[in-house]
Design a protein around this ligand. Sequence first.
Ligand code: GCU
Length: 401
Amino acid sequence: MVRTLKCMLLTGLFSLFMGSLVAQEIVINYDESKIPAYELPDLLTLNNGQQVKNAVQWTEERRAEILEIFAQEMYGHIPARPAGLHFKQMSEEVVYNGLGLRKVVRIYLDEAEQHWFDVLIHLPKNAKKPVPMFAGLNFKGNDATLDERAGSRWPYELILKEGFGVATAWRDAIEPDGKDSKIEEAVSVCKDGGVRAWYNPGGDWGAISAWAWGLSCIYDYLAIDKAVDASRIAVIGHSRLGKTSLWAGANDTRFAMVVSNCSGCCGAAISRRVIGENFARIATSFPHWFTRAFDKYMNKEADFPADQHSLVALAAPRPLYIASATEDLWADPKGEWLAAVEVAPIYKLFGKTGVKSIYPAPDSPDMDGTVAYHVRTGKHDITAYDWQQYLDFAQKHGWGK
Ligand code: GCU
């Protein structure tokens, strides 16, 4: 007994020591002059060394290679949707003085209706034709988005007035976000520990892949809702959910537009810049977001066989919007913009243009091309200002009223 205790104590001390060693090794750089010299993997060179010459070759060959790199080495593979997927509308009410309809649709993941999550949907009430939509996950629960409306994260009235609908689900109702998750409040899928534990147990997919899978389930519902224009559904997300939005848009090309708001490390930001959050830090703080294969890249950004511009390029040729905030140095705004710049050759294959080659001034969106970017003055957040740009951008592409 004493021996076991001693052993436990020693093991505890050892892991504490190792823990602090690991923590010490993670250096965070905020100095542009200390960015290591780097070369980005070429988007247009196939794994066999040949050059991609046209849009068909990109779509049929190179795109699949890049998708597989991210599935294999960063987020994990996303399984197919379950055979038992079906939907039930739980409620409907008129809101905002007749401006909108609010409904809750339950996404059942099995025939037996044991596993499900709820989607909160707002639609313009008096639309004359099926409406374009934004679909994105939220951090705190569907009901919380109603309160966050005032804080502008989910500016429902603004979106409805512009003629768009919006659908959201709580990320933790699909897959809990690690130890901080309010899992006990999630009564659905999470009673079995999240979708990864229940569906495809043992599959090596991180939470970001699970959330992206959930977004595709939401699309499956929206596609059969007669009030929705299924050819105009944008996937959107902020921060960790912005990483998710890029990954969902990469895998599920039914999303006709992709929006990444302050997605940062393992989102839109170029990893090889190693400024702000880096691989070692993200893989240590949020290991559950990734496949275990990702761990080997801690402190080795340059060894990753792609960079985040490669992920961003998977949105092509669809309209793509990347946004940052001036004070969000953790997410590396400049690196997010550089990814937007780097994908221009891919859009060019489709006869489309990217962003300009000059970093835009704060609050001066660059949205003349099929790729758009802005850096908003302020903190890490998604605000009504950001939403207004996404709505304007979608309208430029013929969406909306
Ligand atoms: C942390 C994390 C980021 C993430 C952010 C968020 O800051 O380090 O990678 O984007 O949380 O989701 O708010």
